[in-house]
Design a protein. Structure first.
Length: 257
């Protein structure tokens, strides 16, 4: 469904990172963690294409949803200038979200950089499904790129941090943190982040014989499976990230070197 959504809140949470809250009874009632929306970044048609943004939080009570995004180009630069009260053209919710098995006792969430964006709404959902133990592993290049740590700590039993430069948490990759953790703890893994991180997480999950769902990111134009601009290679052939995903079983994907 395409609609005009009014901006309720819009704030910068870190250098180059913004959180945008929009009013929408439709999206808030129908969205699932892992899904995304397509947002037109300005009232004009420059840039022409909508931008795909993962749904960060969902509030059915407030009839609103939040997006978390990084300013990386012209579109998101224009979006960052949007004011509270303005309306944005939004298409969604789109794609297939994370699935939660009824027998899950422990969930391990792995987010790298902006990959944490869809994981906070997943925590909300896991808690509503009475999943007993939730871990959040958050990775970034530096301390400043670790986002929403306080929000995760409010919701999860344990948060583990990793930075490439060692400025916060463990020094190294968040996938290494996961590997070390699995020596003592087992659970269902949910991951989102850079492709190299997801590949590493998939390999670790397979080694430990654990179920793992990954949210794949890709450049896309339409968001509804028409343009074929976001295909990835899987064991069942090529699939569209926007329509077949963006969430996939990590074992389905043929990871490119």
């Amino acid at each position: 469904m395409q609609e005009k959504c009014r901006i309720l809140e819009h704030q910068q949470i870190a250098p180059h990172y913004f959180q945008l809250t929009l009013a929408s009874a439709h999206v808030s009632a129908n969205a699932k963690p892992g899904q995304f929306v397509q947002v037109r970044c300005s009232e004009k048609y420059d840039p022409l294409l909508h931008r795909p943004l993962s749904i960060h939080r969902i509030s059915k009570k407030e009839k609103s949803f939040a997006l978390l995004y990084e300013v990386v180009g012209k579109g998101t630069e224009l979006l960052s200038q949007a004011k509270v009260g303005a309306e944005l053209d939004v298409l969604g919710p789109l794609g297939n979200g994370f699935s939660i098995d009824k027998n899950i006792q422990t969930a391990i969430l792995v987010g790298g950089g902006m990959g944490i964006a869809p994981l906070l709404s997943l925590v909300d959902k896991l808690k509503s499904e009475n999943v007993k133990t939730i871990y959040a592993l958050i990775g970034g290049k530096t301390k400043n790129s670790l986002l929403c740590v306080k929000d995760f700590k409010k919701l999860t039993a344990q948060v583990l941090l990793a930075t490439d430069d060692g400025s916060c948490g463990e020094k190294g990759l968040v996938s290494d943190t996961l590997s070390n953790m699995l020596d003592k703890i087992q659970g269902t893994i949910y991951a989102c982040g850079p492709r190299a991180m997801l590949k590493a997480v998939a390999k670790i999950s397979a080694k430990n014989k654990l179920n793992c769902q990954v949210l794949m990111e890709a450049r896309m134009a339409c968001g509804i499976g028409t343009c074929l601009g976001c295909v990835i290679k899987t064991k069942a052939g090529y699939k569209k990230v926007c329509d077949d995903g963006p969430v996939f079983d990590s074992k389905e994907i043929i990871w490119q070197s």
